[in-house]
Ligand binder design. Structure first.
Ligand SMILES: O=C(O)CCC(=O)C(=O)O
Ligand SMILES: [Mn+2]
Length: 201
């Protein structure tokens, strides 16, 4: 469903509970090969509250040197594992005419984690949409315009929801203001997993 003329689409309950469970298992099975790391902010060096890992040809990261994509895990130096088929199939279903994603960022939010307003702009081609999958506890998502400081709107993203940022909204500012603990039983220790697919290269 298009929720903004600018091109944000939200598919609530897109994934069945079985599909969500399979996806979490697929993500967890790759955490030995690609352990979660804590990104730090470029200028301040402060740790982000979200822990991350990546699958695919290249992965997004942030440290004192800045935001970027890189082909190796920052701690292990290993290449990122392939994107699981269960994740890729969501892209194939919703974006059949787009080139396949080469980057799958996985964000782990504990109940106190958040993500500040930002644009996704480290990719080479902004004409390809960003696809984002929510798993676990509900999050309060904030979406603004393409300029910082503009009007924003907020809505909740629940487990199994899939969102597309495309068109003008491909470069919209967005962030996660809070997690609502105890709103999902999907993750045994609670919290939220966000899986974001992008074409970076
Ligand atoms: O967790 C989310 O829903 C958003 C994540 C995000 O915006 C990002 O990783 O760039
Ligand atoms: Mn983002």
């Amino acid at each position: 469903m298009l929720i903004r003329p600018g091109g944000t689409e939200l598919y609530t309950d897109y994934l069945s509970l079985a599909a969500q469970t399979d996806m979490v298992a697929a993500v967890r099975s790759l955490l030995n090969a690609a352990p979660l790391y804590t990104p730090t902010m470029p200028r301040t060096g402060k740790s982000m509250s979200v822990r991350m890992t990546n699958f695919g040809k290249t992965g997004w990261m942030s440290d004192h040197k800045g935001y970027r994509y890189q082909v190796n895990h920052p701690d292990t130096g290993a290449p990122w594992p392939d994107i699981p088929e269960s994740i890729l199939s969501v892209w194939r279903d919703l974006l059949p005419d787009q080139p396949l994603p080469d980057a799958c960022l996985v964000n782990f939010y504990d109940q106190d984690a958040k993500m500040g307003l930002h644009q996704d702009r480290d990719e080479q081609d902004f004409s390809v949409p960003v696809l984002s999958i929510s798993l676990g506890d509900t999050a309060l998502f904030r979406l603004g315009g393409t300029k910082r400081g503009g009007k924003t709107q907020s809505f909740r993203l629940s487990s199994g929801d899939v969102m597309l940022l495309r068109g003008e909204d491909r470069l919209a500012f967005h962030g996660i203001d809070r997690i609502y603990p105890g709103t999902s039983q999907l993750l045994k220790n609670g919290g939220r997993i966000n899986v974001t697919l992008r074409k970076a290269l």
